[in-house]
Structure formats: C-alpha cells, structure tokens
Design a protein around this ligand. Structure first.
Ligand code: TXA
Ligand code: MG
Length: 334
C-alpha cells in the first residue's frame, strides 16, 4: 500500500458484519481503518506489523512516537500480550469491555510491534465495548493499535465526519457507525506495582477506587488526554526506553569498538570496523526505518558496546519522529 489512499467510507448501520469483514481485510493488507469505539473514533492498524504502525504515525502527522493502545477482543487476547496483577484482574473483570485502558508489563515475547509501544517494556491494552469495534476485532483476530483518529494537535473525533475532515486521503477506510456514545477518551490506569491513574477519562475515578486504591503518579508522569499536543517529558512513565549504550548521532564514520545504526545505501566510512551493524532501511525508506527503529536499537544495545554510531536520517516525513526519538535516546541521563 504505497499509493496515497482513496479513503473509502462504509456506513455500518444495517451491515455491521460486512463492514467488519471489510475492515479486517483492509487491516490485514497493512491498511489504516478508522472505526468507532464507545469513547472516540480510533485510527486502527495491525499492531503486529511495524510497517502498518509506521504508516499510522505518518498519517496522524505525529512529530514523535508516543506509545499506542492495543485494542483486543477479550480478556483472553489481552492476557496474551501482558501480565495482569491482582488490581489489573479486578479492574478488567469489572470494566471490560468498556472505556478503561490498562498499562501492564508487556510479555516477552509479545506479538505487538516494538514501534507501537515505543520500545517500552509496558503495553497499554483495552477491550472496547462498541459493537462495531468488537466486530472488527473479532473478524481481524489480532490486536489493533488505535490512537484517536485525528491529525496531531487536533481534538479527538466523535463522528466519521470529524475523521474525514482530518484524514481523508491519508487512510484507506472509515467505518461510519454514527456519533460515539461517550465522546471522551478511555481512562488509563497503570497496574505495575500499585495502581496509578495516568489519564482521567470516560470511566470515573470513583468507580475505579471502589475496587482498587489509586496512588498518585509522580510529578509529570500522567498521560495527557491528548498526547499529541504534549511532548513527553524525560522520566515520564511513557517514555523511559533508552539504550544503555551512548548514541553518537549524525555519524559519518565508525570508530573502533562502536556498533553502527545505518540508514540508506551509502555505508558510513569505516563501516567494516563496526562490532555489529544494522540498517534502518537500506533503500532509504522512512516507513521501513521507523518500523525497525526500536528493535534495531535494542539489538545493537544487546551487543554490549559503549557507543552506537547513528548515520543521519533525513528530517522530512516520519524522519522528524525518528530523529526526535534518536535525540531522546542520545540525551545524557542522570
Ligand atoms: O479512548 C481511547 O483510549 C481512544 C480510543 C480510540 O480507544 N484512544 C486513545 O489513544 O485515546 P491515544 O493514542 O490518543 O492516547 C493513548 C494514551 C497516550 O497518552 C499514551 O501516551 C498513553 O496512552 N500510553 C500508551 N501506552 C502507554 C504506556 N505503555 N505507558 C504509559 N502510557 C501509555
Ligand atoms: Mg489522542
């Protein structure tokens, strides 16, 4: 799917099963599908495909890779992705399907692409209750990442018309199921050690507190209702993936003992010296590069080198987000 998409619209009124089958086929082909949930419209992509997830960031125009919520059909499918502690079990039993997202330790291995979780060891999962969302997830049979279906910096869409105003010509399909019932994003609770409210949302805090004690997130940790607007601060729960190795950015040569993260065809000077070398995209494709970014960084870091030399990545398109992440990973840490 490389040509600019036409953006088909299906009205799902009487034909939910057809719409769900169409959406599932489009997702399986690596396409982007906007669909209603009980909260807001989501922009869905196959969570297991790094390339599909990279296209999703490109369509939204996000200047950075924020981690995404993996939507699944039921608790069993969620258990395949993440580890549930007691609090998580209770909350899932009480509120799924529904407008609650749980941030949990991600299983290793987990079929969700590293890009979708921005390289983190945690994953946000949710089982939506909207009948169309459920039908699509059941028909597709794999996790679907879905941020709100708006362009970066805009408000979350609650109708198919909002979605089209932002994303027509950038995504393959919009499943129009009418206005979303709640109109507010899901509430996000992290169940790592204790339970923490990361984002207030459609499920009221008081209902959660009837079941589990909610701790206060440390300063600066809470996710924002619209993550698109707010750059993630260092130390924030959603952004702590960083390699152990130092990153040397815009490298045009490799020094002895370094690993190499290459981009494009022309190898860096002295590339043969690299302890280990991986190329984000030998043909210089930024979507392919984004899809490989976190897994390549992890693999090079695992080689145990002190420094990873990173060749320059152009700043256009997804390159902006790739460079944003590389700069965060290169920043000195306390
Ligand atoms: O209601 C919703 O949750 C909608 C519908 C479509 O499901 N989705 C949504 O997604 O609002 P998005 O991407 O706009 O917001 C997801 C939030 C972001 O603030 C992100 O930083 C946070 O979830 N998040 C995702 N994974 C995380 C993680 N592993 N740790 C902490 N925060 C995470
Ligand atoms: Mg959003």
């Amino acid at each position: 799917m490389t040509a600019p998409p036409l953006t088909r619209v299906i009205e799902a009124g009487a034909t939910a099963a057809d719409a769900a089958a169409d959406a599932a086929r489009t997702l399986a082909a690596g396409g982007l599908v906007a669909f209603p949930t009980e909260t807001v419209y989501g922009l869905g992509a196959d969570a297991t495909s790094g390339a599909a997830v990279a296209r999703l960031y490109e369509a939204k125009g996000r200047p950075s890779f924020n981690p995404l919520i993996a939507h699944v059909a039921d608790l069993g499918a969620a258990r395949a992705l993440a580890r549930f502690n007691r609090d998580a079990e209770r909350l899932a039993a009480a509120f799924w399907p529904g407008p609650l997202t749980l941030v949990l330790p991600r299983h290793a291995p987990c079929p969700v692409a590293d890009l979708a979780t921005a390289g983190l060891d945690t994953i946000a999962v949710r089982v939506p209750s909207h009948p169309l969302a459920r039908a699509i997830l059941a028909a597709f049979g794999r996790p679907v990442v879905a941020p709100s279906a708006n362009r970066s910096g805009h408000v979350s869409p609650t109708t198919a018309q909002h979605v089209l105003a932002d994303l027509r010509g950038r995504i393959e399909l919009v499943v129009d199921g009418g206005p979303t019932p709640m109109g507010l994003e899901s509430t996000i609770v992290a169940c790592l050690d204790g339970a923490l409210l990361l984002r207030p949302g459609a499920l009221p805090r008081a209902q959660i507190e009837q079941l589990v004690a909610l701790g206060e997130p440390p300063q600066g940790v809470a996710a924002s209702a619209d993550a698109d607007d707010v750059p993630i601060a260092p130390g924030q729960l959603a952004s702590h993936y960083a390699p152990r190795a130092r990153l040397r950015l815009d490298a045009d040569s490799v020094e002895a003992g370094e690993a190499l993260l290459a981009f494009g065809g022309a190898p860096a000077h002295g590339a043969a010296r690299a302890v280990m070398a991986l190329n984000l995209s030998p043909r210089g494709d930024l979507i392919e590069a984004a899809a490989n970014l976190f897994s390549h960084l992890r693999a090079l870091d695992a080689a145990g080198v002190a420094t990873i030399a990173v060749m320059p990545v152009p700043h256009e398109g997804l390159g902006e987000a790739i460079n944003d992440r590389l700069q965060r990973a290169a920043a000195p840490r306390p």
